[in-house]
Design a binder for this molecule. Structure first.
Ligand code: NAD
Length: 505
């Protein structure tokens, strides 16, 4: 930890150019503004935003958002770096592999910073670091697999002896905007493939988890990434977001966050390309022939990991009527064993929500569900920003806990009798990210997987499981485009066609 913190403070050099000013003493408070062309710079802006640990409310950092002019200079640097400085495939691959190695070496210390930033438990934070290692490793390998293809063209293409070739070219400057809930791995899912594909990156982490963003930038620099390839700005979406979105020099927006902000980004980006990874109210099915023990154990974790603040948390569980009672008893018994509280303790399973107002929203939504006929069979209590794991049955399909994204530790259990009824209930959602199906019948599994309107289906596993190297992304209001290093690299490159008239050759 000490090593990482020192690295952050020491690497913050101040520039005297134009608006930026020298304020060395401020680093005691861990002031963060921007990283441009290989240097941490503190903005000349007066407005400050203090960031606090969601659990113990200790101050973590002070953010000073770059001014409009500083933002423009930073974007210019990313554009110029893209045009003047190229990394070979080997260099890109080695830098990404070295970042994976550094993450591995400092796994424990990095997990502690994630816990402090977003309040997830140390168990969940360590799992996130492990996933980020895989994401960097996989991106390092994919650098060398950016294939095109060749084809002999039909005479209608102009010649009966023409050859078609496709190549992939980087889009240019990629802007990576990330949420608070997976501050390391979701940043990795944007930055690593963007660099692998030969782009430069402007990174805007969630304001709440800026320190984790700072840490990742420092690790990449330590791994050998030259200056200008990765720049970072801090701040709220409202202030710095629109400056990023309105600048036509940025070619691609890779965003993970809420559907509301995703739509805003899509509306602002015009003809420029976007990849949007948004929210959901993920459905999970436990059929009568399922392994009930496996389903209950897996779904309890899927409902309450990261205090339910996961886009693919199990929010709706549909259980066949034949096994409903057994499943529910088992699910409740396992939920009762969860330890709720201090996220830094290795024994804690469920930590706080990101802030108190989110925990208060849980109370309101449960209250509304109950007034619409739902029954709380476990939980339903708030203490500050902690909300107990909560199980509801019989919620109305129109209540918020069913049709909106809860993003908290509340799960709905619903009973079904036949598969057509089930499919209708599952697909009755504006979202479509991932689903889980528990059944011992492969035909049922594949049939449901094909009929669910979602981006991915996990069989005998919960919706929450994401294979980091596979294509990942939703349909409907859950998003546009796919992540997973190889697929993000496809999104972040232009496919160019070259034809060659070989007549006479
Ligand atoms: P959010 O949408 O509030 O913020 C996400 C990011 O967008 C932050 O960096 C924020 O500062 C920025 N932002 C906000 N307004 C902006 C604007 N006008 N212009 C540009 N940037 C702006 O989301 P959050 O609360 O940080 O995260 C929770 C949401 O993220 C949930 O809806 C969750 O489902 C979603 N999420 C989706 C996935 C996925 O892979 N599909 C993964 C994790 C989280």
């Amino acid at each position: 930890m000490e090593k990482l913190m020192n690295m952050n403070v020491n690497s913050k050099s101040m520039v005297s150019a134009n608006e930026a000013k020298v304020e060395k003493e401020m680093n005691i408070d861990n002031v963060i503004s921007m990283y441009k062309n290989g240097e941490w710079i503190i903005s000349a802006n007066d407005a400050r935003l203090d960031i606090y640990n969601p659990w113990n409310k200790e101050k973590l950092a002070t953010l000073i958002e770059p001014t409009f002019t500083e933002m423009k200079q930073l974007i210019k640097n990313s554009v110029e770096t893209f045009h003047t400085n190229k990394l070979s495939l080997n260099e890109r691959s080695e830098i990404l592999a070295m970042t994976a190695t550094l993450l591995k070496e400092r796994r424990k210390e990095i997990a502690v910073i994630i816990v402090e930033d977003c309040g997830k438990t140390i168990k969940d934070a360590e799992a996130e670091v492990n996933r980020a290692i895989d994401t960097f490793q996989s991106s390092s390998e994919e650098v060398k697999r950016m294939y095109g293809y060749t084809e002999s063209l039909m005479p209608s293409a102009g010649s009966d002896s023409s050859l078609g070739i496709t190549i992939r070219e980087p889009v240019g400057v990629v802007c990576a905007i990330t949420p608070f809930n997976f501050p390391l791995n979701l940043a990795a899912h944007k930055i690593a493939p963007a660099l692998a594909a030969g782009n430069t990156v402007i990174f805007k982490p969630s304001e709440q988890t800026t320190r984790t963003g700072e840490l990742l930038v420092n690790l990449l620099a330590e791994a050998g990434l030259p200056k200008g390839f990765l720049n970072m700005v801090v701040g709220t979406g409202k202030n710095v977001g629109d400056i990023l979105l309105e600048d036509e020099r940025i070619n691609f927006y890779s965003f993970t966050g809420s559907a509301k902000v995703g739509l805003h980004i899509k509306n602002k980006s015009g003809f420029r390309r976007v990849a949007l990874e948004l929210g959901s109210n993920a459905p999970n099915v436990v059929h009568f022939d399922a392994d009930i023990k496996l389903a209950a154990e897996t779904l309890v974790k899927a409902a309450f990991a990261c205090a339910g603040q996961v886009c693919i948390s199990a929010q709706r569980i549909y259980v066949h009527s034949d096994i409903a009672q057994t499943f529910i008893e088992s699910f409740v018994a396992l939920t009762k064993k969860l330890q709720v509280g201090d996220p830094q303790l290795p024994t804690t399973d469920v930590g706080p929500l990101i802030n108190r107002s989110q925990a208060e929203r849980m109370e309101e939504w449960v209250k509304e569900a109950v007034s619409d006929g739902a029954e709380i069979i476990y939980g339903g209590k708030r203490t500050g920003s902690l909300y107990d794991p909560t199980i509801l049955i019989n919620a109305d399909s129109l209540s918020k806990v069913m049709c909106e994204e809860i993003f908290g530790p509340i799960v709905n259990i619903q009973v079904y009798n036949d598969l057509n009824q089930l499919i209708e209930m599952v697909n009755n959602s504006k979202y479509g990210l991932q689903a889980g199906v528990f059944t011992s019948n492969i035909h049922t599994a594949i049939s449901l997987a094909k009929r669910f309107k979602v981006g991915g289906v996990n069989i005998n596993n919960a919706s929450i499981s994401r294979a980091d190297s596979m294509p990942y992304g939703g349909i409907k209001q859950s998003g546009i485009g796919k992540e997973g290093p190889r697929f993000a690299m496809e999104e972040m490159t232009e496919l160019k066609v070259i034809t060659l008239n070989t007549k006479g050759i």
